[in-house]
Design a protein. Structure first.
Length: 344
């Protein structure tokens, strides 16, 4: 999500306490280290490739690539506003959504060279690869649709209307895609093979949903939004199972299948940790102190480590009449990644 819009939404959101509601069953993760990346500009989603040992960062006009020890591998430049990266390792292909150019850039994972680009319905943001179909789904914010791309050929298969502005999306690996619709406050379920919309479910009391994560084994979705709330949803019916308080300025969510924990990364400098106690009972068991601006997150399920991009943020300049709240000022060269995980 563009930070300017996220800040505007959060200023309108009511204050909700994000205090933990119970005690964690095991120690909370903590900040283990920081990867200094540098460079200027805003950032968006991060993507982990556990098998390839790489971390991909959407950073303004570049995709920054690090190994999982924080060493720079390389970069892919020339974007007008990159938002997310989807990976198809078996094809040696990556797909980066360039919202500023209204296109998805295709590149080789092994060499980080561009091999093509495809037009979208407008301002692609989140992007995911569906292994069940071999297709890439780019969430087009301005186009209110998903551009569906065959990962092998690089050709557009379909443009699927979503009935609103899509935010983050996840796949279950079995032919279903789920996507938050920010302006309507809904969750949309998609058949990735058809492709077609199967269902639309309201996410109330969640407002302006952003990040989304999935527990495939238990059929649960974790949606977060601007009013400091996480809702847990049944993936088969859309029923809201639980409603939990989290921090402010959230934009990311993650789920760790091994630990059973879900996470919400909040730009106020907190990472909410959620545990399942009973089939219908979930609780926030703690808050990890991260850093202001660390609002998106990527999880490595093999190490249980989470990667949160952020930077040094100064005060925002005075707002202009009738304009959205301006972004905070980023200190030049301060872009970094926080690594959060179990204590060694």
């Amino acid at each position: 999500m563009p930070p300017r819009l996220l800040l505007a939404l959060c200023l309108l959101a009511p204050a909700v306490s994000a205090a933990p509601s119970t005690t964690a069953t095991s120690p909370l993760p903590r900040v283990l280290e920081r990867f200094e990346v540098g460079g200027d500009g805003w950032w968006d989603y991060a993507t982990v490739d556990p098998a390839g040992g790489r971390l991909y960062l959407a950073h303004g006009t570049r995709v920054e690539v690090l190994d999982l020890a924080g060493h720079r591998v390389g970069a892919l430049a020339g974007f007008r506003g990159v938002h997310g990266i989807a990976l198809a390792p078996a094809l040696d292909r990556g797909f980066a959504s360039d919202g500023g150019a209204d296109q998805v850039v295709i590149f080789r994972l092994s060499t980080l060279e561009r091999i093509g680009a495809v037009a979208t319905a407008g301002n692609p943001d989140a992007i995911v690869f569906d292994p069940a179909t071999g297709r890439v789904f780019a969430m087009d914010g301005r186009g209110e649709a998903a551009t569906v791309i065959d990962a092998a050929s690089g050709e557009v298969v379909a443009t699927l209307p979503l009935g609103g502005k899509p935010e983050f999306a996840v796949v279950d690996g079995r032919g279903r895609l789920y996507v938050n619709i920010e302006d309507t406050g809904e969750l949309v379920a998609v058949d990735t093979r058809a492709p077609r919309v199967l269902a639309r479910w309201p996410l109330a009391p969640l407002r302006s949903p952003t990040g989304l994560a999935i527990d495939v084994a238990r059929g649960r979705l974790f949606a977060v939004g601007a009013n400091r709330t996480m809702v847990i949803v049944a993936a088969d019916t859309g029923r809201v199972v639980a409603v939990l308080p989290i921090g402010a300025r959230v934009d990311g969510a993650a789920f760790d299948p091994a630990s059973g924990r879900a996470y919400a990364s909040c730009g106020d400098g907190t990472l909410a940790v959620v545990e399942r106690r009973e089939p219908e009972d979930y609780a926030v068991v703690g808050q990890v102190k991260t850093r202001r601006g660390a609002r998106t997150v990527a999880l490595d399920p093999s190490t249980h480590r989470l990667y949160l991009p952020t930077a040094d943020l100064g005060p925002a300049p005075p707002p202009s009449p009738g304009a959205p709240p301006p972004r905070p000022v980023i200190r030049a060269g301060s872009f970094e990644v926080l690594v959060v995980g179990p204590a060694p």
